[in-house]
Design a protein around this ligand. Structure first.
Ligand code: CA
Length: 230
């Protein structure tokens, strides 16, 4: 049987041990790293299926690790749950903007944590199976055929607009920051990027017509498509 691997990046050994114990009991294969450098080494040895990432590490900041992983093609699809001792809303938003898939605040229950882990992995499997054709209300995006239609009527989108829409649809209900969009759609970041993303979003909305409002602006962060909007 092929067990899914969870990489636990946590410098507090008691907490790391406790999480490891519960994840193993839940049927996962567990790898533990007590600092950032070891985490990267372990990821090279064996790419994990999910990463539990502590925010405060002795050699690196968890947010920094998250950012690096989400920028690399090879690692950007590995889900990350940020583990933080800080409960301030700002920290949470930062975590989400960095592309983390979820977060838990210490102290957390191990039961809750394993439910979150299982939830994300399950969701990811669903996305992988369905992602050839993405549907949102009357909108259909066919990944392989590179075709977008609304109520059967084909839209004329540029490659960038297509990729933007796909990225937002694949991450429904999650805010995508401008930086994340640049990384995942354009493949790099550059100065003055905000305007570039905004301009393309405006054009995309225009082409979607009355459905353009499905792309919501999240002030100060970026954009998102919410489930149930059209
Ligand atoms: Ca720590």
């Amino acid at each position: 049987m092929n067990r899914e691997t969870i990489l636990i990046v946590e410098d507090e050994k008691d907490i790391a041990g406790l999480i490891a114990h519960h994840m193993e009991a839940a049927g996962f294969k567990v790898v533990v790293a007590h600092d950032g450098a070891t985490a990267f080494k372990e990821m090279k040895n064996q790419p994990p299926d999910l990463i539990l990432l502590d925010l405060m590490l002795p050699d690196m900041d968890g947010t920094e690790i998250c950012k690096i992983l989400k920028q690399k093609e090879a690692t950007r699809n590995i889900p990350i749950i940020m583990v933080t001792a800080k409960s301030e809303e700002v920290d949470r938003i930062v975590g989400l903007e960095l592309g983390a898939d979820d977060y838990v605040v210490k102290p957390f229950s191990t039961r809750e944590l394993s439910l979150r882990v299982k939830g994300i992995l399950k969701r990811l499997k669903g996305v992988k199976e369905e992602q050839k054709v993405l549907k949102h209300g009357e909108l259909v995006l066919d990944v392989d055929a590179h075709v977008v239609s609304i109520a059967g009527k084909r839209l004329d989108l540029t490659l960038t607009e297509f990729k933007l829409l796909k990225e937002l649809l694949l991450n429904r209900d999650r805010v995508r920051s401008r930086e994340t969009l640049l990384n995942n759609v354009w493949g790099y970041t550059f100065e003055g990027y905000n305007r570039t993303v905004d301009t393309h979003i405006q054009r995309l909305r225009h082409k979607l017509g009355s459905h353009g409002k499905m792309i919501a602006t999240v002030r100060g962060i970026g954009y998102m498509i919410k489930e149930g909007t059209s």
